[in-house]
Write a protein that binds this ligand. Structure first.
Ligand code: NAD
Length: 361
């Protein structure tokens, strides 16, 4: 396969972890005979320093022309005094809307080797956690009408949760397609006992479900879902939900797995195009010190192979390489515990790369 990737290393630890992810993408491309070309572009603080804006038009244009985007992280103390549109993080919103990325996929997986990092009770953690939260990313209350006004002499404010049938249909399809690649179970999370928008949401999810007879579907109200997530996370496979509910649930789901340095994400648009990035930020406190855990960025590359290019074996090769490296006892500082072998960003990347390339160690 010929694949064109745009790469945005970004700021802080972004370039460090992205560098390791690219090494692994190259190793897998070599092993499975793919031809991958990389075009590096700038966004975030690095782009502000060079071009005076967080998302130069050229960056967006190159991303649009590519098959997918690999992103590190943006932001840092140097740019903290900038306002609104000038901030590095603004690049993320510009990329999501400019690239039409309406679906956010965030897996929350508890690696057995890291069970001790799980903040839940041991008997709960032992049952395993392997959840994919599919969050709608460009609609709902974060994008709906809003305002402030004085009502009866007091200040009041409002935001609107608005979803069209089409917006719900495309995210529901994405969730069911995702479930087909996994455990074939979808939990729809809404608040249909109270919200009209949730009632429409549920109707559309039910109608999409008819096209996926092999996927089982259940419904949960958001309050119950957030409780179930800490009571028994093993019951979930794919969770599909709105922008706001997904924002909250995906953070909760990721937290119960332990380290922020382990968790990848995918933001997907139409026809497979996606932007792949770790969920963590630019971690300026550890930048440039070979301390960052590159696994979230590396697992984001696995998601890219699986979700943008349908290359399951390649994705499996990366995920297995990560699992084997953890099982062999290698740990970066953020996931280190007594008796393990402590390694830096580069060594962790190299160990996973060797496994992913199929090279005997
Ligand atoms: P952060 O995720 O960068 O860091 C939070 C904590 O987790 C820090 O202690 C950091 O050292 C640690 N950490 C993060 N990633 C790690 C990794 N891979 N390995 C080991 N430890 C890791 O969040 P923050 O400190 O709130 O934000 C720092 C900057 O990043 C801010 O400018 C923020 O706006 C930006 N940010 C960017 C993104 C993004 O680019 N998608 C996301 C969140 C925050």
């Amino acid at each position: 396969m010929n694949i064109n990737l745009a790469v945005i290393p970004g700021d802080g630890i972004g370039p460090e972890v992205t560098g390791e992810a690219l090494n692994i993408i190259k190793a897998v491309a070599g092993r499975f005979s793919h031809n991958i070309t990389f075009t590096e572009v700038m966004a975030g603080g690095a782009a502000i320093d060079l071009y005076g804006e967080p998302l130069p038009q050229e960056t967006l244009d190159i991303c649009k022309k590519s098959d997918s985007v690999v992103l590190g992280a943006v932001g840092g103390w140097q740019w903290d005094n900038l306002l609104g549109d000038k901030r590095p993080e603004r690049a993320l919103l510009g990329l999501r809307s400019g690239l039409g990325l309406y679906a956010n996929l965030r897996p929350a997986v508890l690696h057995p080797a890291l069970a001790a990092a799980c903040p839940l009770r041991e008997d709960i953690a032992r049952k395993g956690i392997d959840i994919m939260v599919v969050r709608e990313l460009t609609g709902g209350m974060y994008f709906g009408g809003r305002g402030r006004e004085r009502i009866d002499m007091v200040e009041a404010a409002w935001d609107t949760e608005l979803y069209s049938e089409e917006e719900v249909r495309r995210i529901a399809i994405r969730a069911f397609d995702t479930a087909m690649l996994r455990g074939k179970r979808v939990t729809n999370v809404d608040k249909a006992n109270v919200l009209e928008s949730s009632r429409l949401w549920r109707e559309v999810v039910l109608s999409v479900a008819k096209d996926y007879p092999r996927v089982s579907l259940n419904h949960m109200y958001i309050d119950n879902a957030s409780m179930q997530l800490v009571r028994d996370p093993s019951q979930f496979d794919v969770i599909v939900t709105t922008n706001m509910f997904g924002d909250i649930l995906s953070d909760e789901a990721s937290q119960i797995t332990g380290s922020i340095g382990m968790l990848p994400s995918a933001s997907l648009g139409a026809s497979g195009f996606g932007m792949y990035e770790p969920i963590h930020g630019s971690a300026p406190d550890i930048a440039g010190r070979d301390l960052a855990n590159p696994i979230a960025a590396i697992l984001s590359a696995a998601m890219m192979f699986r979700y943008s290019f349908g290359l399951t074996e390649e994705a499996d090769a990366i995920e297995t390489a990560v699992t084997k490296t953890l099982e062999a006892g290698y740990r970066t500082a953020d996931i280190y515990s007594d008796g393990m072998k402590r390694v830096g960003t580069k060594e962790m990347g190299a160990l996973i790369q060797k496994e992913a390339a199929g090279v005997e160690q």
